[in-house]
Design a protein around this ligand. Structure first.
Ligand code: LMR
Length: 396
């Protein structure tokens, strides 16, 4: 049976970690997978998470199944964080939501639900988008198409072309938007551009599907939610996939949220039964542990404020690293102006160099990042930035 299967190439993002581990060059630099790292290249457990673990250890009395939707406190806390605690859609009981195994799990069950709504649903994703959006949504059997988003030659968003394309999509098509800190480009819509997209969604009748995996890493926890909150206020139906991997540092726990804003409360109850049915048919119910930690952090004022400080620290460090990289590239006499890196947001930047140049950096200088030229800014530190900038300047 299995001989029918061809071997597949390593995953374009996760495959880099394996290649990096095997590289024996002591000066190797890892800017591949989107994981936050400190100055020493470590990804420590957040202090708020460690404290929540201690609380959970004391208070958890059973390992019996949790409810099919997941940890209810987690769902409520996350909806408050993303939509704002006083969001009318929460107060009107218009949000169906389940805890999901990571942002990936959320994306996948939402795609499965869209398939149940209409098997011919077409999902528009930005060009480029996060590589894993394609299998997560496509493997649910949905048709995918791309809308123009980022222009590598000017390192900026092609907003007019994006809007022209989205004006032509069919009523009922789905448009995937990145809530903040666009992965892979780091180029985010301005608030004004979000308003234009929301207006267009209503005019054309497309369904906004927002993936938010980096809330707090762009400008701030509240500011980064602007686009989502605006969309939810202005468009009757919106779907949201959220991840706690990055901003809670809960990568391996797989904690995410799938939420669907419905027209009214009666529809919400139907949709809630459907999304739980979809999840039951794939993994039954989500693992409780990570969701329970997020619940504890968001519900406890002290832990919440400790966590917010830690998010601020991670964000501010990445902003400083952007400036450090830009300065060092200039000092190394790079034949290209990389000033745009300072305008981009979150964990990633597109260096806008060619795949051959990225491959040369990997082969000759042991600098690892995705062929698209996406770099994980958090992998930079004061010890490697000079070597990195020299290597990049060298391949231009
Ligand atoms: C990334 O984009 O590097 C992360 O979200 C990790 C992943 O699963 O691809």
């Amino acid at each position: 049976m299995f001989e029918t299967l061809p071997a597949l190439a390593p995953d374009p993002i996760l495959g880099l970690s394996a290649a990096f581990k095997q590289d024996t060059n002591p000066a190797k630099i890892d800017l591949g997978v989107g994981v936050y790292k400190d100055e020493d290249g470590n990804t420590p457990i957040l202090k708020a998470v460690a404290k929540a673990q201690a609380i959970l250890q004391e208070t958890e009395t059973s390992k019996v199944y949790i409810t099919p939707q997941g940890v209810q406190g987690f769902i409520d806390g996350m909806l408050g964080l993303i939509l704002g605690k006083a969001s009318p859609v929460i107060l009107e009981n218009r949000v169906a939501a389940v805890q999901a195994p990571g942002g990936c799990g959320a994306l996948r069950i939402l795609a499965e639900l869209l398939k149940r709504c209409n098997p011919d649903t077409k999902v528009w994703v930005s060009d480029p988008t996060w590589a894993n959006h394609i299998p997560l949504i496509g493997n649910a059997g949905l048709e995918l198409a791309t809308y123009p988003y980022f222009d590598k030659s000017s390192a900026s968003i092609k907003f007019d072309e994006m809007m022209e394309c989205l004006a032509q999509v069919k009523k009922g098509d789905v448009v995937l938007l990145h809530g903040c800190c666009h992965n892979p480009t780091g180029a985010d819509l301005t608030n004004e551009q979000w308003r234009a997209v929301a207006e267009l969604a209503n005019k054309v009748g497309f369904l906004p599907f927002i993936d938010v995996a980096y809330q707090g890493f762009g400008v701030g926890l509240e500011e980064d939610a602007y686009g989502i909150r605006l969309m939810v206020e202005s468009v009757p139906e919106v779907i949201i996939a959220a991840s706690c991997s990055k901003n809670f540092g809960l990568y391996r726990e797989r904690v995410g949220l799938a939420a669907l804003i419905c027209n009214d409360s009666a529809t919400r109850n139907i949709v809630q039964s459907q999304i739980q049915y979809v999840a039951r048919g794939i993994y039954s119910m989500p693992p409780s542990y990570g969701g329970a930690l997020v619940d504890i952090i968001l519900a406890n004022d002290d832990l919440n404020s400790l966590w917010q400080d830690e998010v601020t620290e991670m964000r501010e460090r990445m902003i400083q690293l952007r400036a450090l990289l830009v300065d060092n590239l200039a000092k190394q006499g790079a034949s290209k102006d990389f000033g745009f890196i300072n305008q981009q947001k979150g964990m990633f930047s597109f260096l806008c160099i060619k795949p051959e140049q990225v491959q040369k950096l990997r082969a000759e200088s042991s600098v690892y990042f995705v062929d698209s030229s996406r770099v994980n800014i958090a992998g930079i530190n004061t010890k490697n930035v000079e070597t990195l900038a020299a290597a990049i300047a060298g391949v231009l």
